[in-house]
Design a protein around this ligand. Structure first.
Ligand SMILES: Cc1cc2nc3c(=O)[nH]c(=O)nc-3n(C[C@H](O)[C@H](O)[C@H](O)COP(=O)(O)OP(=O)(O)OC[C@H]3O[C@@H](n4cnc5c(N)ncnc54)[C@H](O)[C@@H]3O)c2cc1C
Length: 538
């Protein structure tokens, strides 16, 4: 009988499993897919000689987060090496190009040439003075005593009026902030697309805050990736679990969570085997948990079931992978050195594209995030070759129309014709910026919303972020508006993953928070003190 069953081997499940394994727990990870890692899927077969991150690729959230700080020595012992770049991001927009660097002089020079140096400097100085509070807010478990301590620290530092003013700053949309504080359309286009990487759009509440957090993180921490691909991190995390007596099984779905009254007793697998356990961590969406795995279990609080039924998913994504015979020849050669270049018209096109997606329309001028993995890890392609990881994040989950009026939405289901026509629209946007694109493409792979969901059942409708990330479904309201945190109302059953606080990304935040809590509980029990955090909270 394992001490804990972890359902799903995404970053959160593996971080939690590894932390608990190091604390002496026997962990069993059960993964439905044939590969471990969830949205980390490194592939060496799709293009001969190339290492491709089919889905997530960039690890600044992990390297900058608490899970890495805690596991770093164990990971490095198992061969995980992070490579980095001093040029994390750049933009190519209708009004020009710009590059953001970890070298403050270079970034200041870029903003100076755009006429926005004082805006950038004062933003970073002001935001930088409370960046620990910003990261603290994103990393706090709202349902533990430490949250009160965090609130107290913020109140003491900022004062009553400061807290209220920070609330307004926290809610401000990026478009308002960028139009007010930055003169140049290039500065705005450099920063605005980063809101997309947290599932937001530039007109959404809190998108200024998220964009500032990301801008500060990139300009200080660069764009780390594991040498050889995310698989190295997955293998090492699984190694920590198995080296400490645990197991990880693939190709096996958990079909039900077993509950006795108000207490979890185990997980039922597809072949009807039951893994008995007093602790289960479920890295699935809220509907999959409350409507699927828990079924009609009588002990589950009705308000959680109702709240889960109201959980909504966000926009869809598309990944396009291009194997190139040569490095991309950017018209502005400096862009060839940036890890991620956003290619777009400008701030307005991001707003329009996000709005189109929410209306069910294909955007006419989508924002293309052009990832260049070789700028950080040259080992991922044959010598002299090129590799592009393109991400599109302004897609409707169901297609009802096309803002450009040229793609037939068909039955709305993202079939191959819609997928490939839209991929071609995105690639076409790169042509003015990358002069050798057509000549250099050896092979391409397009993963539309349907293919993403096929790879990972948690990516419902191709939503890469496990649910709508707008303010009403974030922080204290993630995963449920009934404010459960990671607790489920069933003792011993914990909800983790991108659908839960602190949301999506490779930080492993929810796995870290729940594992820390479980570890503290067990330590308190060992030393004969009453546990303070019951999983049935909420
Ligand atoms: C295309 C794409 C690109 C991205 N790029 C980046 C990036 O570069 N950097 C970044 O920080 N973030 C990125 N993200 C976001 C980030 O990858 C995800 O938010 C994160 O990986 C989600 O981790 P998770 O722990 O929620 O689990 P997931 O990765 O969603 O994995 C959950 C696992 O649980 C399994 N599972 C579900 N139900 C069951 C069941 N009943 N039984 C057994 N197993 C089950 C699934 O098969 C899956 O493998 C990207 C996401 C996508 C989709």
């Amino acid at each position: 009988m394992p001490d804990a069953v972890v359902i799903g081997s995404g970053i959160n499940g593996l971080v939690a499993g590894a932390m608990l394994a190091l604390d002496g727990w026997q962990i069993t990870v059960v993964e439905a897919s044939d590969r471990l890692g969830g949205a980390i899927r490194t592939d060496t077969e799709v293009f001969d000689g190339y290492t491709v991150e089919l889905m997530s690729s960039w690890h600044p959230l992990f390297v900058g987060g608490p899970a890495f700080a805690e596991l770093e020595a164990e990971l490095s012992r198992r061969g995980v090496t992070y490579l980095n770049t001093d040029k994390p991001t750049a933009v190519a927009c209708a009004d020009g190009t710009a590059l953001l660097s970890t070298d403050p002089d270079a970034t200041n020079a870029a903003f100076e040439s755009l006429g926005d140096l004082s805006s950038w400097s004062s933003c970073m100085a002001e935001f930088g003075s409370k960046i620990d509070l910003a990261f603290g807010l994103l990393g706090t478990d709202f349902w533990r005593r430490s949250a009160a301590k965090f609130g107290w620290t913020a109140a003491r530092r900022l004062g009553r009026r400061g807290v209220v003013a920070s609330g307004a700053e926290l809610l401000e949309p990026a478009s308002t902030w960028l139009r007010r504080d930055f003169e140049s359309p290039v500065s705005r286009a450099l920063l605005a697309p980063w809101a997309l990487h947290n599932g937001l759009g530039p007109d959404d509440a809190s998108s200024a805050f998220i964009t500032k957090v990301i801008a500060a993180a990139l300009s200080q921490g660069g764009m780390p990736v594991p040498e050889g691909g995310g698989i190295r991190l997955v293998d090492a995390l699984v190694g920590i679990i198995t080296n400490n007596g645990g197991t990880a099984v693939t190709g096996t779905a958990v079909t039900a969570i077993e509950v006795d009254g108000k207490r979890v007793t185990g997980a039922r697998l597809a072949d009807d085997t039951v893994l008995s356990a007093n602790t289960v961590l479920a890295s699935v969406g809220p509907r999959a948990l409350y409507e699927g795995l828990l079924g009609q279990a009588p002990g589950v609080p009705a308000e959680h079931v109702t709240a889960a039924s109201k959980f909504t998913y966000g926009r869809a994504a598309m990944q396009i992978h291009l194997a190139l015979s040569d490095p991309p020849a950017w018209t502005d050669a400096a862009l060839g050195e940036a890890a991620i270049v956003h290619v777009l018209d400008g701030l307005d096109s991001v707003s329009a594209s996000v709005n189109a997606a929410w209306r069910g329309h294909l955007p006419a001028r989508p924002t293309v995030a052009v990832g260049q993995p070789l700028t950080v890890d040259p080992s991922r392609a044959p010598d002299g070759g090129g590799l592009l990881w393109l991400q599109l994040q302004e897609l409707p989950r169901e297609v009802r129309g096309d803002d450009a009026g040229s793609i037939d939405p068909g039955d709305g289901s993202w079939g191959p014709a819609t997928r490939d026509a839209f991929a071609e629209r995105a690639i076409d946007q790169l042509r003015p910026h990358i002069t050798n694109l057509d000549a250099a493409i050896i092979d391409r792979l397009v993963l539309g919303p349907a293919e993403l969901q096929d790879l990972n059942v948690n990516l419902v409708g191709g939503d890469p972020y496990g649910g709508d990330c707008r303010a009403h479904q974030f922080a204290a309201w993630r995963p449920l508006s009934s404010a459960t945190g990671h607790a489920t109302g069933i003792d011993g059953l914990w909800h983790i993953g991108a659908s839960t606080h602190p949301g999506p990304g490779l930080g492993g935040g929810s796995g870290y928070l729940v594992a820390s809590r479980l570890r503290d509980q067990r330590r308190r029990r060992r030393f004969g003190r009453r546990p303070t955090g019951r999983s049935s909270h909420g």
